[in-house]
Write a protein that binds this ligand. Structure first.
Ligand SMILES: Cc1cc2nc3c(=O)[nH]c(=O)nc-3n(C[C@H](O)[C@H](O)[C@H](O)COP(=O)(O)OP(=O)(O)OC[C@H]3O[C@@H](n4cnc5c(N)ncnc54)[C@H](O)[C@@H]3O)c2cc1C
Length: 587
């Protein structure tokens, strides 16, 4: 088949904060860069980020990057790689100032400096008093960041393929990443994009769960593309369930609400977080708060007629603060929970939010894979940044405000490294026809229409299955059953068909491709979770309630071929400072 081709120096797949920050670095470095996005760039999920981005600026309370590093290592339940964490926390102030110079309209103090709000898991002086480290643009930080980065990319002449869906990576026989097969959504026509270096920045996979804060587009496409290219996924058992989604719906109510002084109450009107985290209370880290809410509800202390949620109270903050600092939250609560938080508390319950795992990379954004009997090696030409990647700075649990930071710190670092790679690899490598054929087979499988089981049914069952069998609290029995069910659903998907409505056919085909991707990352998640016999961060096993550093202080690697696992050590050695050795994690 004669498929049209385009050629660039660099191909960036994904136009969220990670893709756009990297693309900007590349375009400013005079590289010819294309960005592919399945939605218009400013509709990427980064646009929905509310609370803010972390940096130890010390504008409101004293702060230090080293304290930020300590909090991140502790928040990660000691599974984060300390070299990458040091790198990120040290770079934070600089990248925030850079963002400000690009034009991000941060909220300001009267002095003109950037305002900073307290967020969960932040402390002064290595575990002392609460810190205030999160820089917001009201409660629409991601919106401000994404629009700014998009504008800067337009100025730098980045080329955009808007509403193109990436199907698969194209690799050559020597294992170099040489391009991608993409599909134009409007026409349904395939296109091969050739590039000397490629970045995956496709974001998270929150649609794996039924109740989620994530947008419809967050289906783990890049992670599944990596799996199909033979690359493992790291630490997939660690999925963050955010404590405060709107009950029954999942839409996110930012941690910024608790940062500004809001707190949780149960059906008895009790401020229950005081019992679970006497020191940090409502600003304990997210895994801790989510487990506490689920426990309150399970033990019959929930609110409402079914006692199945708790309340987030913020009316005591006063109308002015709410209107000025949390306008988006107020709007969300009024529209979706039908309460005005100025007067009444918001009903909340944990919601699937963020994947700590992903495509394994080093701190330059290079995708790294294990090789037999040797240290890991970079996949030549291939990079990954953002929620789809695992560098790993979030370990077993991410702190609020650290994801936006991860995007810009490692986006910038990857961009710089890719520019160096271009210097050393001056020519395009040939894209093998058989790689294109293989990717095309993946696409044309979905040419089948008919009245077999519908793709939609399989999707909804998968999401419910993941929620029921791979949620906040886990046991061996439940996880093993989860694996069985996902394997069954995968079989069903092989035989599912698209409905024969020619007008919506292309959309239906994309949804089927997305479901395949979700299926692949769900499998990685539940298989990795069933294997890890300890409780750490977001992975909480009722049958193994303790963290087990002796046996499990290591990263998981899931390979699609045979659904097998391997492990690799956590990098405990920071770049310049002393390591933080594991200790008991209390808030
Ligand atoms: C509601 C909400 C609030 C949040 N608030 C905060 C916060 O306050 N602070 C914080 O630090 N973090 C926050 N987070 C987390 C953070 O926003 C995300 O982790 C981060 O924005 C992800 O950025 P990204 O660039 O990796 O991916 P995304 O922004 O999700 O972008 C992914 C991109 O990939 C493209 N793409 C995906 N698949 C394909 C494909 N197959 N073909 C072509 N293109 C594709 C999409 O079109 C999109 O452009 C929040 C998350 C949510 C959901």
């Amino acid at each position: 088949m004669n498929i049209p081709r385009r050629r660039f120096d660099c191909l960036v797949i994904g136009a969220g904060g990670a893709g756009l920050r990297t693309a900007l670095q590349l375009a400013q470095g005079e590289a010819h860069v294309a960005v592919v996005s399945k939605v218009f760039p400013t509709r990427s999920h980064t646009v929905a980020a509310q609370g803010g981005i972390n940096a130890a600026l010390g504008n409101v309370l004293p702060d230090d990057w080293h304290w930020h590093m300590y909090d991140t290592v502790k928040g990660s339940d000691y599974l984060g790689d300390q070299d990458a964490i040091e790198y990120m926390c040290r770079a934070a102030a600089r990248v925030i100032i850079e963002l400000e110079h690009y034009g991000v309209p941060f909220t300001r103090l009267d002095s003109g400096r950037i305002y900073q709000r307290p967020f969960g898991g932040q402390s002064q002086n290595f575990g002392g008093d609460q810190a205030a480290r999160t820089c917001p643009a009201a409660d629409r930080t991601g919106h401000a960041m994404l629009h700014t980065l998009y504008q800067q990319n337009l100025r730098a002449k980045t080329y955009f393929f808007d509403e193109f869906f990436a199907i698969d990576l194209l690799m050559d026989d020597q294992g170099y990443a040489v391009g991608a097969l993409v599909l134009e959504l409007e026409t349904g026509e395939p296109l091969v994009i050739e590039a000397r270096t490629i970045l995956l920045a496709t974001g998270g996979n929150g649609r794996m769960y039924r109740t989620t804060s994530n947008a419809l587009i967050n289906t783990g496409d890049g992670m599944a593309m990596a799996l199909r290219a033979g690359i493992p996924l790291q630490d997939m058992e660690f999925y963050q369930i955010h404590p405060t989604g709107i009950a029954g719906l999942g839409a996110l109510i930012s941690e910024g609400v608790r940062g500004e002084g809001g707190y949780l109450i149960n059906g008895e009107g009790e401020r229950f977080m005081e019992r679970y985290a006497p020191h940090a209370k409502d600003l304990a880290s997210r895994d801790v708060v989510s487990r506490s809410i689920v426990t309150e509800v399970r033990e019959g202390r929930g609110c409402g007629p079914k006692k199945d949620y708790v309340l987030l109270k913020l009316d005591h903050l006063g109308t002015d603060i709410i209107k000025k600092r949390l306008p988006g939250i107020r709007e969300l609560a009024m529209r979706f929970a039908h309460v005005d938080p100025v007067e009444r508390p918001i009903p909340v319950y944990p919601t699937a939010h963020y994947v700590m795992g992903g495509i394994p990379t080093d701190r330059f954004g290079r995708v790294v894979v294990p090789v037999a009997h040797g240290p890991e090696e970079a996949v030549p030409g291939l990079y990954a940044v953002g929620e789809c990647a695992c560098v790993s700075v979030h370990g077993a649990n991410r702190l609020g405000g650290n994801s936006l930071l991860d995007l810009v710190v490692f986006g910038r670092a990857a961009g710089n490294h890719m520019l160096g790679y271009l210097e050393e690899n001056r020519y395009h490598r040939l894209v093998p026809e058989k790689a294109i054929d293989k990717a095309m087979t993946h696409l044309t499988r979905w040419d089948r229409k008919g009245d077999g089981e519908s793709v939609d049914d399989v999707r909804e069952t998968l999401r419910k299955t993941m929620e029921d069998y791979c949620g906040v609290f886990r046991t061996q029995e439940v996880l093993d059953e989860g694996i069985k069910r996902v394997v069954e659903l995968d079989q069903r998907l092989q035989h599912a068909t698209l409905r024969d409505h020619s007008k919506i056919f292309n959309t239906a085909r994309i949804e089927a491709l997305e479901l395949e991707n979700l299926m692949d990352v769900s499998m990685a998640t539940v298989v990795s979770a069933a294997a890890r016999k300890e409780s750490r961060g977001a992975h909480s096993r009722l049958d193994y309630p303790k963290r087990d550093d002796k046996n499990w202080l290591k990263h998981t690697l899931f390979f699609q071929d045979g659904n097998v696992l391997d492990y690799k050590p956590v990098r405990m050695k920071p770049l310049t400072v002393d390591p933080f050795p594991p200790k008991e994690r209390v808030y």
